[in-house]
Design a protein around this ligand. Structure first.
Ligand code: G3P
Length: 223
């Protein structure tokens, strides 16, 4: 399963890239609003300079011409831009038109397998079911991931299932086991995945034991 970072924070993206675990990035208006400071285009260009993986840029317009205009514009920013389009009747049409023009899309705000199936048929490359937001309303978000992954495998559908709205490390494990092709993860969750109390304690213990022996050797040399 590929790992994308769900953020518009350049520093977080740089760190994940240095760790060698970054396969792409997803942004949305909320994530961009959290960092602000620079025009969205500039942020996107900078992200695309850090990773050669897909970088999702979300359209704001809710009319077809607006979605197409924004999508075409994003696609000029870098070759790895993927245009994020919300699931809707207009969104499907925009996905289909952009696909005809060779522009890759990520259908976002997917909450059912049928929505995902339609987005894939319209030509979206990435389908983003929001796991955490389904969990929030007492539905098992992971079911949509599993259903879509199975559906795409059974019918040999090329679109990839991108588990979004990931809230904790267990979501990542579950998404991988449910067959998600990609999980997009907040940086905090990525950090949580790195750490385990026994690992951290083990590292401290190894260091302490090493230093103890070095101290003893130094004392012996000095005596
Ligand atoms: O990738 C979508 C994500 O940013 C939404 O996450 O936690 O706001 O549901 P959340």
């Amino acid at each position: 399963m590929k790992i994308f970072l769900d953020t518009a924070d350049i520093n977080e993206i740089r760190v994940a890239a240095r760790w060698g675990v970054l396969d792409g990035v997803t942004t949305n208006p909320t994530l961009y609003a959290k960092v602000g400071g620079a025009p969205y285009d500039d942020v996107l260009r900078e992200i695309c300079g850090i990773t050669s993986g897909p970088v999702s840029a979300e359209v704001i317009a809710d009319d077809l011409e607006g979605m197409l205009r924004e999508g075409r514009h994003f696609a000029t920013l870098a070759p790895n831009i993927v245009v994020k389009v919300p699931m809707s009747e207009t969104g499907l049409e925009a996905i289909s038109r952009l696909a005809d023009e060779g522009i890759r899309t990520n259908c976002t705000l997917v909450f059912s397998a049928n929505q995902g199936l339609l987005a894939a048929k319209a030509g979206a490359s990435l389908i983003s079911p929001f796991v955490g937001r389904l969990d929030d309303i007492n539905q098992d978000g992971m079911i949509v991931i599993r259903e879509l992954a199975e559906m795409f495998a059974i019918h040999d559908i090329e679109a990839q299932v991108l588990a979004a709205s990931i809230r904790h490390p267990q979501h990542v494990t579950q998404a991988a086991l449910a067959g998600a092709h990609i999980a997009t993860i907040p940086f905090k969750v990525l950090q949580q995945m790195v750490h385990h109390p026994l690992t951290d304690r083990g590292i401290a213990q190894f260091k302490a034991d090493w230093e103890k022996v070095q101290g003893e050797l130094a004392a012996r040399r000095g005596s």
